[in-house]
Design a protein around this ligand. Structure first.
Ligand code: SF4
Ligand code: SF4
Length: 375
């Protein structure tokens, strides 16, 4: 079976360019009318990780959101926009990232993702709690930003849906998965299966490389991607950015489980010809060197990456302390301290610090492995 994905080049966020490219992007998939019918309630889910200026490439660009809202409204849909950011209130993050202005100008509704509803899960997480706003929608449109991700390798179609888990329930899931990336990827795939957006449109006009998803560097890619199958969209994103699926955990696990759409060979590409603009990957954050499990735990402490505070940047705001799933951080005598025995290496703190005051420190062997191309 083949899975349709569409690709268009778009070099700028000028509204007319984005609108034109999005129309061409969706045409081979049947246009917005194939996904949205008159009178349907449509929830659009951008990436609203944190309240940063659009130029930082942390969040979905407001002009992409504007064009998508207008296309939904033109198809007769009733548009609302929502997400649950990693830090801060959704309304504040939407305002700071320029998305709220667009929502208001377009006459769409802002969905704050404040209430949760328990949803049965299938794998290791027996129950997930998802935003009522997303479950109540008749149609979901996923609107991720393509970024590198220091824990999962890449954030795009699948990972963007983690925002459907409300506020502090996200750190709880991180805590349940600990530093087990495979387990966390399984949870993300399970979550994506529950939400099943009708359509995913990826903002990769300017992507993020390096220390994503919060502290990386913007990288011009000039692309918009779309498709109905989340894994097919992520397979295309991996190809365009030269991020190997073996290092993108959701894709790696999906391939191992032979999930539909995960194989690049199964894509049916429409639109622009394929190209590749490599994104500099995020630093690897752990490694086991193929050691037996009994030896992993003692060695992990000295070999895995760990968060490190940059005191000259830290403003002692305490935001990371509140977000740390195992409560491994504390402020003591005006200094931020990390208890590395409790730290599960989820790197939520690095992802969310608004002042880039945390770095990821790698052990010597980890650096050597990266140098010799093993990690
Ligand atoms: S590391 Fe960042 S989030 Fe944590 S206290 Fe310092 S400035 Fe605040
Ligand atoms: S200190 Fe940072 S990396 Fe460690 S558990 Fe807390 S949030 Fe995660």
């Amino acid at each position: 079976m083949k899975y349709s994905v569409s690709l268009q080049r778009c070099e700028t966020y000028i509204p007319a360019d984005i609108e034109g490219a999005l129309k061409k992007l969706l045409a081979p998939l049947g246009g917005m009318g194939a996904f949205v019918k008159n009178g349907q309630r449509v929830l659009i889910k951008p990436n609203m990780l944190a309240g940063r200026h659009p130029d930082r490439a942390v969040t979905t660009h407001p002009e992409v959101l504007r064009a998508v809202i207008r296309m939904v409204q033109a198809a007769g849909g009733i548009a609302s926009v929502g997400d649950s950011p990693g830090m801060g209130t959704a309304a504040k993050v939407a305002r700071q990232s320029g998305l709220m202005e667009v929502i208001e100008e377009c006459g769409a509704t802002f969905a704050p993702f404040s209430d949760s509803v328990p949803v049965q899960s299938t794998h290791f997480f027996h129950e997930l709690e998802l935003a009522r706003d997303i479950l109540d929608a008749e149609v979901i449109i996923n609107l991720p930003k393509l970024k590198t991700h220091q824990m999962m390798g890449m954030t795009c179609a699948v990972k963007n849906l983690f925002g459907a888990v409300v506020g502090l329930r996200k750190p709880k899931l991180h805590l349940q998965a600990g530093s087990d990336k495979k387990l966390f990827a399984r949870m993300l795939l399970d979550l994506a299966g529950k939400i099943q957006p009708a359509l995913t449109i990826v903002d990769a006009v300017v992507a993020m490389e390096g220390e994503g998803p919060g502290s990386g560097d913007p990288k011009e890619m000039g692309a918009l991607l779309a498709g109905s199958n989340l894994l097919a969209v992520d397979a295309l994103a991996c190809h365009l950015s030269a991020l190997p699926p073996s290092q993108v955990w959701t894709q790696k696990i999906a391939l191992e489980l032979r999930m539909a759409g995960a194989r690049f060979e199964d894509l049916e590409l429409h639109g622009a010809p394929l190209f590749c603009i490599p994104l500099k990957p995020a630093k690897p954050t752990d490694i086991h060197f193929g050691l037996p499990k009994a030896l992993q735990t003692p060695l992990e402490k000295s070999l895995t990456a760990r968060p490190r505070v940059k005191p000259e940047r830290c403003r002692i705001c305490g935001d990371c302390v509140k977000a740390c799933p195992p409560e491994a951080m504390r402020i003591e005598k005006d200094q931020l301290r990390i208890d590395l025995d409790r730290c599960i290496r989820c790197f939520c703190c690095h992802e969310l610090c608004p002042h880039a005051a945390l770095s990821i420190h790698q052990g010597l062997l980890l650096r050597m492995a990266a140098f010799f191309g093993r990690a």
